[in-house]
Design a protein around this ligand. Sequence first.
Ligand SMILES: Cc1cc2nc3c(=O)[nH]c(=O)nc-3n(C[C@H](O)[C@H](O)[C@H](O)COP(=O)(O)O)c2cc1C
Length: 185
Amino acid sequence: MSEILQFLQQRNSAPKLTEPGPSTEELEQIFRAALRVPDHAWIRPWRFITITGERRQDFGELLEQCLVQRSPDADDAARTKARNSSLRAPLMVAVVVNISEHPKVPPLEQRLSAGCAAHAILLATEASGFAGIWRTGAASLDRAVMTGLGLAPSEEIIGFLYLGTRAGAAKFIPAQDTADFVSTW
Ligand SMILES: Cc1cc2nc3c(=O)[nH]c(=O)nc-3n(C[C@H](O)[C@H](O)[C@H](O)COP(=O)(O)O)c2cc1C
C-alpha cells in the first residue's frame, strides 16, 4: 500500500493541541492544498481567515460578547469557555464560503466544496507534521460572529479549524468495516 493511502486511512483529529503551529511558510503550502479541492465551475466559493497570536484573545472576546447577545443568561462558566475557546490551539482557521447565485452550482455544492477545503487543510496540516480538529457549534452559525470576523452577508462559516501540535497520544480509532458502508448496485 502506498504511504499516501496509508496516511489517508489513518487520519485522526486532535482535540488537544499545543505549540508550535505551522509556520507562515508551512501554512502557505497547507493552503495550496485547499485551493485544489473539487469546485464546480471553478467559482472558488471559499476563503480562509487565520487567527493567531494575540488575535486569539480578541476573537475569544468576540465569542464571549456574541454568546451573551445570544444567551443573556449565560453563566460565568459558559462565558469563560467561550472566551478561552480560541486559546485551545496556536492557530485557528475560519473556513468561509461565499454563497453566490449560479445557474449550475446550487448553494449546497458551494458549501460542499468549502467542506472539502476544510478537510484538505486538515489533511495537509497532518501531512506537514502537525494536527488539527474541525469544530463548529452555535458560534459558527451566529451572524454577529460572522460580522465580527469581517464576513459579508453572503458569506457563512463552514467551520473553525484548530491547528497545532498534538498534545498527548493520538485518539484510538475504532475499526470500521467497509462492508457496512459500501454496496454494489
Ligand atoms: C462539520 C463538522 C463540525 C464539527 N464540529 C465539532 C464540534 O463543534 N466539536 C467537536 O468536538 N467536534 C466537532 N466535529 C468532529 C471532529 O472534527 C472530529 O471529526 C471528531 O472528534 C472525530 O474525530 P476523528 O476525525 O479523528 O474521527 C465536527 C466535524 C465536522 C465534520
